[in-house]
Structure formats: structure tokens, C-alpha cells
Design a protein around this ligand. Structure first.
Ligand SMILES: Cc1cc2nc3c(=O)[nH]c(=O)nc-3n(C[C@H](O)[C@H](O)[C@H](O)COP(=O)(O)OP(=O)(O)OC[C@H]3O[C@@H](n4cnc5c(N)ncnc54)[C@H](O)[C@@H]3O)c2cc1C
Length: 326
């Protein structure tokens, strides 16, 4: 079955976010020989045309309106609803990001559709599209399909593969003006909390600290390891509550949900609310001095020991591997 698929593109610091490229790859899977349309709201979005085309977009809607220069819930919801009415897609994908989580339920409500959120796997079986998503804080997965109406889903970052690049594909774009009314909020300034230059939700490696890290200084040890591995720093709520680090680093049920290739949990007990945010990581390493700590139940590798002794040794060994002459 051929389908028309619409995806909403997000960018960060002059680059298309990985989750949008992952959504394009899912779009290719479900479109078959149908059409893939990428909608992008940011100013100067012409710079992204080649990347989006090479990753599968057949047409890129450059959504024009001065009030879309910065994200506002009102502005993006109104604009995206107009794009959907214009494009008339069969399937719509957004990232399960702060923006996606904010606007997708509102758009679904306005248009009277259902929404499958936080999708970690997409499969096509006959005429059906099957979406896998975690439930019970990541303890189980359910597989859903839409039996009536439009197919509308948000894709969890870092779970679907980015598809192959097609260097031959011709760029096609459409300027599309939208009308925006009654924006109730204005973004005056965007202050980004730094996670060492690597976006936590898209990081391949995360070194995460808990209350066992004992203080702000303890996080310096974690940062040293993260830097060698090219990763980001994360934290448990215990560490955030104790003021060892900023809440923007919190991973878990009420923090960020992450799926890195490697998650190193240092001095984190492994409470269910923390595990909900990191249990889908591909490889989990736990460092904890308590051999009974629940984190070892979800870990692939466990180190029972004092993190203040273990971390410097690990950093040293990874440095040797990284800088070894070949
Ligand atoms: C509604 C709700 C939502 C929540 N949401 C979240 C959430 O999103 N994310 C989250 O993380 N938590 C969340 N929590 C809190 C959660 O229940 C735990 O309290 C929290 O995760 C504990 O943090 P921790 O593991 O860092 O601290 P602790 O439970 O105190 O564990 C510290 C660990 O460090 C180990 N340790 C101590 N010293 C060392 C050392 N020198 N070397 C090695 N190991 C050492 C200890 O053995 C211990 O296992 C939530 C709770 C509620 C009720």
C-alpha cells in the first residue's frame, strides 16, 4: 500500500535533529511508493533542504510566518494543523521530543484523531503499520495499530535507525504561508542548559550520577569519563534533589527518557522511577558499592566498588585505548 507521509522536522544549532532523520527513515518504510513530505518551520530553513532530501523527503514544505521564528505552542499547533489540512497525509510522524510531546496531543485533539506516542519500533505487515511502545514505565511493550482514521505517532529519539543517504535525489521544496492568530505567549529568550555539548536525549553514551556521587565535585569525575567517550552527563533525581547538578540532567519517569548505546550508572540505586528513563539503553553498566543495589538487575555489566576508585581507572583505560597509536 502506498501512503502519503508527513513529518515535522526539528533542528538544533544549525543541524537537523537525529530524531527527524529517524522519522524520515520510518516514513520511507511506511510510504512504500507514496510521497514523503517534510515540514519545517524555522527561519532560514533552506539550509536543510539537501539533508532532508538525501534522507528521503520528496517535498519539503517551508512554512512561512514571522511568528514562527521561535517555538510557541500556539503558533506551531496552528501552523501544523494548516499544513496537515493542505497536505492531507495518511501518516504523520513527529519526534517524541519536548516540541513533539507539546503539540502532538493538541493537534490530534483539534483534528479529532488518536495518537500513538513514544514509538520505539515501526513495522509494516501487509496493509497494517505496527507500532511498538513501552508501557508500565518501560517494564513491558505493547504493539498497536490504527484501525480507523489517520495514523499519527511520535517517535522516541535514538531508537529507529537513520536510513541510507541517496545522493542522487533531486531537491523539491514548496513555500507555504500560514496564518497565525492569538499567540498567548512570547518567547523572550532561550537559555540552554549545557550538557557538555552533547544533547542528552540523542547521546550515544551517557555517564550518569546519583546520590552516591556525593556532591558537585563528584560530577567532575563523571565529566572526565564522558569527555573521553564523547558522551553526555545524566543524573538521578536523588542527585538533582541534593543540588549536585541541574534538573535538566534528570533521567527517569519525571525526567528525560534516554536510549544511548552505553549508559554508565554511577552511585545510582536503580529505583523504578529512574529505570523507567534508561532501561532501553543498549548496554548498561552499573557502578555501585552495594552488591544488592537494584540497578544491578537491569545492568549488563556490574562493578561492585567505590565509584571514586573505579571512575578514574576507567577513564585512564579508555584514554589509553582512545589515544593508542595504531
Ligand atoms: C513520583 C516520583 C517520580 C520520580 N521520578 C524520578 C526520576 O525521574 N528519576 C529518578 O532518578 N528518580 C525519580 N524519583 C526518585 C526515585 O524514587 C529515587 O528516590 C531516586 O532515583 C534515588 O536516586 P539515587 O539512586 O541517586 O539515590 P539513592 O537511592 O540514595 O542511591 C544512591 C546509591 O549510591 C550508592 N553509593 C553510595 N556511595 C557510593 C560510592 N562511593 N560508590 C558507589 N556507589 C555508591 C549506594 O549504594 C546507593 O545505591 C521519583 C520518585 C517519585 C515518587
Amino acid at each position: 500500500m502506498n501512503r502519503k507521509v508527513l513529518i515535522l522536522v526539528e533542528t538544533r544549532e544549525g543541524k537537523v535533529r537525529n530524531v527527524s532523520l529517524e522519522s524520515l527513515s520510518a516514513a520511507k518504510q511506511v510510504a512504500n511508493d507514496g510521497e514523503i513530505i517534510a515540514a519545517i518551520f524555522e527561519a532560514d530553513s533552506e539550509q536543510y533542504l539537501t539533508t532532508l532530501t538525501q534522507h528521503g523527503a520528496d517535498n519539503i514544505y517551508l512554512i512561512k510566518n514571522e511568528q514562527l521564528q521561535t517555538f510557541t505552542t500556539d503558533g506551531y499547533v496552528q501552523a501544523f494543523c494548516q499544513v496537515i489540512k493542505e497536505v492531507k497525509p495518511d501518516v504523520i510522524f513527529l519526534g517524541h521530543t519536548a516540541i513533539g510531546k507539546d503539540i502532538a496531543p493538541r493537534v490530534a485533539t483539534r483534528l479529532g484523531w488518536g495518537l500513538i506516542s513514544d514509538v520505539t519500533h515501526v513495522a509494516v505487515e501487509g496493509n497494517d503499520i505496527l507500532f511498538t511502545r513501552p508501557i508500565y514505565a518501560g517494564k513491558a511493550f505493547e504493539v498497536k495499530k490504527v484501525v480507523e482514521g489517520k495514523i499519527f505517532a511520535t517517535i522516541r529519539p535514538n531508537n529507529l535507525p537513520i536510513g541510507e543517504i541517496d545522493f542522487e535525489k533531486t531537491v523539491k521544496s514548496t513555500d507555504y504561508s500560514v496564518e497565525i492568530q492569538d499567540i498567548r505567549t512570547t518567547v523572550k529568550e532561550v537559555i540552554r542548559k549545557s550538557t557538555g555539548g552533547v544533547d542528552l536525549s540523542e547521546a550515544n553514551v551517557i555517564v550518569s550520577g546519583g546520590r552516591g556521587v556525593k556532591g558537585e565535585e563528584g560530577f567532575i569525575l563523571l565529566k572526565e569519563l564522558a569527555d573521553v567517550l564523547g558522551g553526555a552527563i545524566g543524573a538521578s533525581r536523588g542527585a538533582c534533589d541534593a543540588d549536585y547538578c541541574d534538573y535538566s540532567l534528570q533521567i527517569g519517569q519525571t525526567g528525560k527518557v534516554v536510549t544511548p548505546d552505553l549508559y554508565i550508572a554511577c552511585g545510582i540505586s536503580g529505583a523504578i522511577q529512574h529505570v523507567a528513563g534508561m532501561s532501553n539503553s543498549k548496554v548498561i553498566v552499573a557502578i555501585n558499592k552495594d552488591p544488592e543495589a537494584p540497578i544491578f538487575q537491569v545492568a549488563d555489566y556490574g562493578i561492585v566498588g567505590d565509584l571514586f576508585e573505579v571512575l578514574p581507572l576507567l577513564t585512564e583505560e579508555f584514554k589509553k585505548l582512545k589515544y593508542a597509536t595504531v
